[in-house]
Ligand binder design. Structure first.
Ligand code: PLP
Length: 972
C-alpha cells in the first residue's frame, strides 16, 4: 500500500486567513476552480458584454426564475487545493484495508496489464470520449468494442453480443425481460437456479415484481417445471462453485417454448463447453476478471450474447460493421442506437450509459493474452484450486464433493467463525456463505502462498500443513469430463497480433488517434455535460485502497469508503436539498428506475397501490418513459407548448383526469429544451395536491448547482448523473453513476444490500454501484467548494448564452426563457436550412468534423436541430473557434441558397473529407481540395483527419455484422 500520510488539519486551515499579506504560504483558495472554469475573469467580462448582461449575477437573475432560487447556501466550505485533496483521499484510501479477496461471488482478483492501465484507463484519449453516435470520429473505440463483442460471442458460442450492460445482475434481469419478449410460452413465471449469485437473485426479484412475473428460485434438477415458466436462468459455474450440466433442463425448456439464459464466467468458458454448445439462447455475465479491478463493486462491463434470431430484441448498444462513402469497411452503432428516444415506453430496456471503457479494457485484456494466454490463466487457477481442495481434504476438511473451476465450498460447521477470523488475520477474506459454509474462490492473482495460507487458516498445526503439502500429488483436472471445452475460440487475427508490448502499445495508440475526445476538442453535446475531467480527480481511482476492495468485504475493512460515501451524501444533499442519498444505481437511467420504485413502494405502503400513472412531458429523455414502464407504471404523455414549455393546461387536465391513479410526474429541469420553465413550482404543487410524487430528472443539474435545489422547489426524488455534472468521464459511453437523492418520506424505500436477497429492493449488483469512481466526484466537489461550484454553474450559463449571442443571427434559437435567456444549453433550429436547401442536420454535423469538432447532439429533443451545451470548462477561445466554424458553415449553406452550388454537389453533403480523398488522383467535386479539408481556422499541421468518410447506416443494418470480420470478407 501507499503512504498513509494524514491529510491537513481541515478543521482550522480553512476560512482562517490570519496573514493575508503572505498568501504565498498557502495555496490560493479557489485556485482549482479557476483551472476548471475555462473563461478567465477578463474573458467573462468580454462575454458578458456580448450577451448584454452587466454581471454574472445579473445574467443568473435573468435566467433562473426567482421562484426556484435556492434559499440556502450549499455549505460545503471553501475549495481545497489539489495537494490537500490528494492528501485527504490518500488518507481515506489508507482507511480501507486491502486483504487478498477469495470471496468470489462474481468478483475476483485480476491483473490489469500495465500497458492497458496506462494507455487506456489512465489515458484521457480513451476516458474522455463520448458515446460513439458520430461514428466517423469514433472508429478507434468502435473497433475496440467490436473486439469485445467478438470475444464474447467466441467465449459464449452464441451469435451476437452487445457492448455492454451495467453488471451481471442487471444483465440477468435484462435476459429475463428478453426471454419474455421472445419466448413462445405464455407462462408468466421465470425460474432461477438457487445456485445463482445472491445479488443476481435480489435484482431479479426486484425487476420481476413490477413486470408481473413470478420468480421461482430452486434447484433445476428437482424444482424446474418447464411448462410453467417462460424461461430459466442457470449460473455456470454456480455461486457455490459447482459446475452443473444444464443440457437436459435446456432441452426441456425448449420443448415447452421457453428460453434458457446462462450466467457464465468468461474465464471458466475458456475451459468449459460454451453456453451456445449447451443449447442456451442467451448468455450474460461479468467481464470484471478480464483485467478490471473489483473497485468495491464496479464499474465493470457485463455482457449479453444471444442467438441470431433474438438480435433485434436485444437491449443495450451493438457495434456493427458497415461501409463508408468510399465503400471502405467502417464501424458504427447498429439497430438499437438511441432506441429509447424512438420507442420510449416500448423500448426493450432503459439502458443508456453503459460500461464502454470497461468493455474496452476487457476486450484489450483478451487481445493482450490471446486465446492461449487466457486458457493458461484459467488452467493455472483451476490447478491451484485442485491442489487447494486436495490439501484441505488431506487435512480432514469437509470440501463439498462437486465438479468446480475455481471455487470451493466447505462445510466448516461450528468452526466457520474461527476459520474466517484466522484467514483474516493471515490477510485473506474467505466467503461466509452462511450456515457454517465457507466459499473460497481463487483467481489470476492467487499463488502457491495463497493456497498455503488457506490451509493454515483451516489447520493451526504448521508441521501438519507442511507435511501434507509435501505429500500432495500433482493436480489433476477437476472439470466434469462431459463439459470440457473442445471448441477453439478467438481465432480472429486481432487476438494474436499483439504478443509484444510494443505491438500492444502501438495498437492502442493507433486506435485512440482515430478518435476525437475532450483531449482534442470541445464536445458540445446537449444534455451530456462534457466538462473537464481533471487529472487530479482521476488519480485516486487506480490506488489499491480504492480499487482492490471486494464489494462484500467486511465493513471494518472499508472505513475509508464509508467516510467518502458519507461526505458525498452530505454534499449532494446540500446541493440538491434532499435528505438521503442511495449510491446503488450505476447509471442515470438506473437512478430513474430506483426512484420510481421508491415512489411505487411509498404509495403501496399508504394503501394506494392503484396509483400507477406516470405523467411525462413529450420533451423528456427517452429513458424516462422506459424506466417508468419497467417500474410497472403506465406512461401518460403531457404536451409541450410552442415555447417548449410543459403545456400547463394539458398538465392540469391530465392531473385532474388521473387524480385517483396518479403515481408521479417525471420532469427534467431545466427542461431538455434548455430553458428554466417559470411554472415549475406550480406544476410540482399541482401534482402534490393530487397525491402524486415529483421525480426531477437531475441530468441538467449543471445549470443549478449553487443556485437552485430540486427538493426546495418541489422534487421528491432526483438522480444525479455524476458522469455529467460531477466530472466522472464518459469513457466513450460509460461508466457512470446515477445515485438518487430523496426527501425523508421516501427514504425507507431506497435500495438495500443486494447480497441479502431477503432484505428489500436491489437495483444493481453492488451495494454502492460503481463505487470506485466516486472519488472523482468527491474530489471535484471538495476542490470547488461553495463558491467554485456556484461560479461553475454561472459560467456554464454564460457560455451557453454567449454561443446564442454569437450564432442567433444566423441560426434561429428554438427556445428561450421568459427573459430571452437559455439555461446551460441551447437548441439551434436547422429545419429552415433543410427546407430551403436540402442540407440536413447530418450534413452539418459531418461538416463540423472537417473543422475539427465533435458535433453537438443531433435531433434530440427536437428532430432537425442541434442541441449545444458548452459547459463551464470551455474557454472563450474554444467557444469562438466553434462559433466561427458554425458561421463559416452557414456561409457554405448560403452558397447553396444563392444557387451557386447544389446541395448534392456541396462540400456539406460529402463531409467529412478523408486524407485518402484528398490524396486521390481523382477529385470529382465542384469545390477545391483546400475548401474541403482546410476550411477557415483549420491548420494543416494540427488538422484532425477522420479515418473514414460518411458511413452508410442503412447498409450496415441490412447486412448486420457485429463481430470482427475475416480479412477475406473485407476484400470482397
Ligand atoms: C443522460 C440523461 C439521462 C440518462 O442517464 P444515463 O446515465 O445515460 O443512464 C436521463 N435523462 C436526461 C435528461 C439525460 O440527459
Amino acid at each position: 500500500m501507499y503512504s498513509q500520510a494524514s491529510g491537513p488539519d481541515h478543521g482550522s486551515a480553512h476560512g482562517v486567513d490570519a496573514l493575508p499579506a503572505f498568501t504565498g504560504l498557502k495555496e490560493q483558495a479557489g485556485a482549482f476552480a479557476a483551472r476548471h472554469i475555462g473563461p478567465t475573469a477578463q474573458d467573462q467580462a468580454a462575454m458578458l458584454r456580448v450577451v448584454g448582461a452587466a454581471s454574472l449575477d445579473e445574467l443568473t437573475d435573468q435566467t433562473l426564475p426567482a421562484s426556484i432560487r435556492a434559499q440556502h447556501p450549499t455549505d460545503i466550505g471553501e475549495g481545497w487545493s489539489e495537494t490537500e485533496v490528494l492528501a485527504r483521499l490518500r488518507d481515506l484510501a489508507g482507511q480501507n484495508t486491502v486483504l487478498t479477496s477469495l470471496i468470489g461471488q462474481g468478483y475476483y482478483g485480476t491483473i490489469l496489464p500495465a500497458v492497458i492501465a496506462r494507455n487506456i484507463l489512465e489515458n484521457p484519449a480513451w476516458y474522455t470520449a463520448y458515446t460513439p453516435y458520430q461514428p466517423e470520429i469514433s472508429q478507434g473505440r468502435l473497433e475496440a468494442l467490436l473486439n469485445f463483442q467478438t470475444m464474447v460471442t467466441e467465449l459464449t458460442g452464441l451469435d451476437i453480443a452487445n457492448a455492454s450492460l451495467l453488471d451481471e445482475a442487471t444483465a440477468a434481469a435484462e435476459g429475463m425481460a428478453l426471454a419474455r419478449r421472445v419466448a413462445t410460452s405464455r407462462a408468466t413465471a421465470f425460474f432461477v437456479d438457487a445456485d445463482c449469485h445472491p445479488q443476481t437473485i435480489a435484482v431479479l426479484k426486484t425487476r420481476a415484481e413490477p413486470m408481473g412475473f413470478t420468480l421461482v428460485v430452486g434447484n433445476p434438477e428437482t424444482d424446474l417445471k418447464e411448462d410453467e415458466v417462460f424461461g430459466a436462468l442457470f449460473q455456470y459455474p454456480g455461486t457455490s462453485g459447482r459446475i452443473a450440466d444444464p443440457k437436459a433442463a435446456i432441452a426441456a425448456l425448449h420443448a415447452a417454448g421457453a428460453i434458457a439464459v446462462m450466467a457464465a464466467d468468461p474465464l471458466a468458458l475458456t475451459l468449459l463447453a460454451s453456453p451456445g454448445e449447451l443449447g442456451a439462447d442467451i448468455a450474460v455475465g461479468s467481464t470484471q476478471r478480464f483485467g478490471v479491478p473489483m473497485g468495491f463493486g464496479g464499474p465493470h462491463a457485463a455482457y449479453m450474447a444471444v442467438r441470431d434470431a433474438y438480435k433485434r430484441s436485444m437491449p443495450g448498444r451493438l457495434v456493427g460493421v458497415s461501409v463508408d462513402s468510399a465503400g471502405r469497411p467502417a464501424y458504427r452503432l447498429a439497430l438499437q442506437t438511441r432506441e429509447q428516444h424512438i420507442r420510449r415506453e416500448k423500448a426493450t430496456s432503459n439502458i443508456c450509459t453503459a460500461q464502454v471503457l470497461l468493455a474496452v479494457i476487457a476486450g484489450m485484456y483478451a487481445v493482450y493474452h490471446g486465446p492461449d494466454g487466457l486458457k493458461a490463466i484459467a488452467r493455472r487457477v483451476h490447478g491451484l484450486g485442485v491442489t487447494l481442495a486436495a490439501g484441505l481434504r488431506a487435512l480432514g476438511v469437509a470440501v463439498v464433493a462437486q465438479p468446480f473451476f475455481d471455487t470451493l465450498s466447505i462445510e466448516a460447521g461450528a468452526a466457520a467463525p474461527d476459520v474466517l477470523a484466522r484467514a483474516r488475520k493471515a490477510g485473506l477474506n474467505l466467503r461466509d456463505a452462511g450456515g457454517g459454509r465457507i466459499g473460497i474462490s481463487l483467481d489470476e492473482t492467487s499463488t502457491a502462498q495463497t493456497v498455503q495460507a488457506v490451509w493454515s487458516a483451516f489447520c493451526t498445526e504448521p508441521d501438519r500443513v507442511a507435511q501434507m503439502a509435501a505429500g500432495l500429488p500433482a493436480p489433476a483436472c477437476g472439470l466434469p469430463a462431459g463439459l470440457v471445452r473442445q471448441s477453439a475460440f478467438m481465432r480472429q487475427a486481432v487476438f494474436s497480433s499483439c504478443r509484444s508490448e510494443t505491438d500492444m502499445l502501438r495498437y492502442l495508440r493507433r486506435l485512440s488517434d482515430q478518435d476525437l475526445a475532450l483531449d482534442r476538442t470541445m464536445i458540445p453535446l446537449g444534455s451530456c455535460t462534457m466538462k473537464l475531467n481533471a487529472t487530479v480527480e482521476m488519480l485516486p481511482i487506480t490506488w489499491p485502497g480504492f480499487c482492490d476492495l471486494h464489494p462484500f468485504a467486511p465493513a471494518d475493512q472499508t472505513r475509508g469508503y464509508q467516510t467518502l460515501l458519507a461526505d458525498l451524501e452530505r454534499w449532494l444533499c446540500a446541493i440538491s436539498g434532499y435528505d438521503t442519498v442511495s449510491f446503488q444505481p450505476n447509471s442515470g437511467a438506473q437512478g430513474e428506475y430506483a426512484g420510481l420504485l421508491a415512489i411505487r413502494a411509498y404509495h403501496r405502503a399508504r394503501g394506494q397501490s392503484g396509483r400507477t400513472v406516470c405523467l411525462i412531458p413529450a420533451s423528456a429523455h427517452g429513458t424516462n418513459p422506459a424506466s417508468a414502464q419497467m417500474a410497472g407504471m403506465k406512461v401518460v404523455v403531457v404536451k409541450c407548448d410552442t415555447q417548449g414549455n410543459i403545456d400547463l393546461e394539458d398538465m392540469r387536465a391530465k392531473v385532474a383526469a388521473h387524480a385517483a391513479d396518479l403515481a408521479a410526474v417525471m420532469i427534467t429541469y431545466p427542461s431538455t429544451h434548455g430553458v428554466f420553465e417559470e411554472n415549475m413550482r406550480a406544476i410540482c404543487d399541482l401534482v402534490h395536491e393530487a397525491g402524486g410524487q415529483v421525480y426531477v430528472d437531475g441530468a441538467n443539474l449543471n445549470a443549478q448547482v449553487g443556485l437552485a435545489r430540486p427538493a426546495d422547489y418541489g422534487g421528491d426524488v432526483s438522480h444525479f448523473n455524476l458522469h455529467k455534472t460531477f466530472c466522472i468521464p464518459h469513457g466513450g459511453g460509460g461508466p457512470g453513476m446515477g445515485p438518487i437523492g430523496v426527501r425523508a418520506h421516501l427514504a425507507p424505500y431506497l435500495p438495500t444490500n443486494p447480497a441479502d436477497a431477503a432484505a428489500g429492493l436491489a437495483v444493481s449488483a453492488a451495494p454502492f454501484g460503481s463505487a470506485s469512481i466516486l472519488p472523482i466526484s468527491w474530489a471535484y466537489i471538495r476542490l470547488m467548494g461553495d463558491a467554485g461550484l456556484r461560479r461553475a454553474t454561472q459560467v456554464a450559463i454564460l457560455n451557453a448564452n454567449y454561443i446564442v449571442s454569437r450564432l442567433a443571427g444566423d441560426y434561429p434559437v428554438l427556445y428561450r426563457g421568459a427573459q430571452g435567456r437559455v439555461a446551460h444549453e441551447c437548441i439551434l433550429d436547422l429545419r429552415p436550412i433543410k427546407d430551403s436547401t436540402g442540407v440536413s442536420v447530418d450534413d452539418m454535423a459531418k461538416r463540423l468534423v472537417d473543422y475539427g469538432f465533435h458535433a453537438p447532439t443531433v435531433s434530440f429533443p427536437v428532430a432537425g436541430t442541434f442541441m449545444i451545451e458548452p459547459t463551464e470548462s470551455e474557454g472563450k477561445a474554444e467557444l469562438d473557434r466553434f462559433c466561427d466554424a458554425m458561421l463559416a458553415i452557414r456561409e457554405e449553406v448560403r452558397a447553396i441558397e444563392r444557387g451557386e452550388v447544389t446541395a448534392e454537389g456541396s462540400v456539406l453533403r460529402h463531409a467529412p473529407h478523408t486524407g485518402a480523398a484528398l490524396g486521390a488522383a481523382e477529385w470529382a467535386h465542384p469545390y477545391s481540395r483546400q475548401q474541403a479539408c482546410f476550411p477557415p481556422g483549420v491548420r494543416p499541421a494540427t488538422k484532425y483527419w477522420p479515418p473514414v468518410g460518411r458511413i452508410d447506416n442503412a447498409h450496415g443494418d441490412k447486412n448486420l455484422v457485429c463481430s470482427c470480420p475475416d480479412i477475406a470478407e473485407w476484400m470482397e
